[in-house]
Write a protein of this length. Structure first.
Length: 273
């Protein structure tokens, strides 16, 4: 369970959701000294299991009334945010924030009785992996200044140096960038792993290359560090690769499209300071 040096006021929090984000958020909030008073979920057994991680927390399901809290965090799938907002009756004038990167703040217009906000942790969450919340950027936005301050203070209790205000348009752009930085590479690495399996080669052969690629990208402009046959215009090698991918037409097409994108990339712009 995570703890840090935050000395701000402890808050009563209700977490709605039992998925990947909620499963790491509940123990993180407890570790930061907050009181998770309830966990809501559509599956009672999942809500009960997560509530058991917080002393005194109760499990809530369906449209059962929620207990009083300073903040209600919707840690549910993006598409479920408006559905949950309409399904649950929140206490009047309560601060309710979703944890989505793509859902706009305007979604709260469907529930005018609450003070809507966003509390978006920019990280990938997976079962069995514990996240260091002190290193997670948390993007906050709210309809009113008091709710914004409350959500930002809550964010800083977990991530003192990386919590910040980010408006919807910038947060949505950040979310798209995160998909390119995290989700798409996972798919490409999966393709790499399968190609090695078909060639009876161990996945570990690529580990040093993958680590160096990530470390180099974090220390420079990725476009400037681009290497490989596409970047150097090595047509014979590109043709060999295309032939080797003939048994996987979808991957062959992806290879061609990525090659074309690399070769069409203009000179990189300097980074924003």
């Amino acid at each position: 369970m995570q703890s840090n040096s935050f000395t701000g006021p402890a808050q009563r929090v209700v977490v709605l959701g039992t998925g990947r984000v909620a499963s790491q958020l509940v123990p993180a909030l407890v570790g930061a000294g907050h009181q998770v008073v309830a966990v809501w979920g559509r599956r009672p057994e999942a809500a009960a299991a997560l509530a058991a991680l917080a002393t005194g927390a109760v499990a809530v399901a369906g449209n059962t009334p929620l207990p009083p809290a300073a903040v209600y965090l919707l840690a549910v799938a993006d598409a479920a945010v408006p559905l949950v907002l309409q399904e649950i009756t929140f206490p009047t004038d309560s601060v309710v924030a979703h944890t989505s990167g793509s859902v706009p703040l305007a979604v709260f217009e469907i529930v005018p009785g609450v003070r809507g906000g966003v509390w978006y942790p920019l990280q990938t969450f997976s079962p069995g992996r514990v996240v260091d919340w002190t290193q997670v950027p948390i993007c906050v936005e709210a309809h009113d200044a008091a709710a914004e301050t409350l959500l930002l203070t809550l964010a800083r209790s977990l991530s003192p140096a990386r919590a910040q205000l980010v408006a919807t348009p910038q947060r949505q752009a950040l979310h798209v960038a995160a998909v390119f930085a995290c989700n798409f590479p996972y798919h490409l690495l999966g393709i790499s792993q399968e190609l090695l399996r078909e060639a009876s080669l161990p996945w570990t052969l690529l580990e040093p290359l993958i680590r160096e690629t990530v470390e180099k990208a974090l220390g420079s402009l990725p476009f400037q560090g681009q290497t490989g046959p596409a970047a150097r215009g090595d047509t014979p090698t590109l043709q060999v690769h295309q032939r080797l991918l003939a048994g996987h037409p979808a991957w062959q097409d992806l290879y061609s499209r990525l090659t074309a994108s690399i070769q069409a990339q203009p000179e990189p712009k300097p980074p924003q300071l």
